[in-house]
Design a protein around this ligand. Structure first.
Ligand SMILES: [Zn+2]
Length: 103
């Protein structure tokens, strides 16, 4: 049987949010780095909200991170599977204590 390995994903905070609240992180997927800027935005419906923008691609996603019912993202992966690298990545940064809430 073939052993299919899931891609290795890690997230690194490149630049913590500046005075405007804008920071940069990198999603490293099998050694390929994808850079994103992010900005925490006010979220009234549960969880913490972020606007996440992939550099060079023009894609902007609104991501919510929190309890399972408070997670969402606008990317195709989340629409299809109910989970995605954006939610998982931001959740990992929050868990590591690298994104103290600013709102
Ligand atoms: Zn997503």
């Amino acid at each position: 049987m073939e052993n299919v390995k899931a891609p290795t994903r890690t997230i690194r905070l490149i630049r913590p949010p500046n005075t405007d609240g804008v920071g940069v992180f990198c999603l490293d997927i099998d050694g390929k780095c994808q850079f994103y800027t992010f900005l925490e935005i006010r979220c009234e419906i549960g969880g913490r909200g972020f606007a996440v923008h992939r550099l060079g691609q023009g894609e902007l996603y609104h991501v919510r991170v929190g309890a399972p019912e408070d997670r969402s993202c606008e990317c195709l992966g989340f629409l299809r599977w109910g989970r995605c690298k954006h939610v998982a990545g931001l959740a990992a940064l929050i868990k590591k204590g690298e994104l103290p809430t600013r709102l």
